[in-house]
Write a protein that binds this ligand. Sequence first.
Ligand SMILES: C[S@@+](CC[C@H](N)C(=O)[O-])C[C@H]1O[C@@H](n2cnc3c(N)ncnc32)[C@H](O)[C@@H]1O
Length: 208
Amino acid sequence: MKKSKKVKKSNTWKIKQHRDQFFKKSKTLGYRSRAAFKLIELNKKFKFIKKSTSLLDIGGFPGGWSQVCSKIILSGKILSLDLKQIEKIENVTFFKSDFFDPEMEDKIFNFFGKKIDVILSDMAADTTGNKSLDCIRTNQLCAEVIKFSSKHLKPKGVLVSKLFMGEDFIEVKNLAKSMFQEVNFFKPEASRSESKETYLHCSILKAL
Ligand SMILES: C[S@@+](CC[C@H](N)C(=O)[O-])C[C@H]1O[C@@H](n2cnc3c(N)ncnc32)[C@H](O)[C@@H]1O
């Protein structure tokens, strides 16, 4: 076998192993998605989900992140929303809706009745086959969530959002830095190494 073919085969094997490892773990532990482990790692590192947290999970389907939150948040409030219908999870309220529906902002505000402690977004745009375009479209979603968070988070609130290391990465990073005092990036082990996906962690809003 030629060397390049060998390398390709070994990379494919590694990717498959990585997927299988987290897939199996999610089945054993009863999580609906491998994504649950990304949030577990993020929370282990930044410690933002507490017993009484009020939390909005944007792009929550099939519900892995909401399941993780539901186990920790016992006296707070959890709202999860997605374009797709999410099956019931204890102490989580679901809205089947587009985050960009003009009525959504008021509905979210009315649900919490006050500003929110934590906003999560794992939203990803539908893939087109063009990786660079997919990257830009998902990063646009992240930029909109940053703007939304600056209006709806408590002053010491936390935003965690999916972001891709693409050509507009710096633009989105600068937007986050203009609104938050602390801006960090973290790629969980559960995120495939060959993917450009990373996670933005922002805290403490700047007084503008
Ligand atoms: C990677 S999945 C989320 C996985 C989830 N965090 C979990 O733990 O199971 C991304 C989700 O974003 C949702 N999404 C994309 N655009 C959206 C929008 N405009 N409004 C609401 N949800 C959206 C998709 O429907 C998809 O289910």
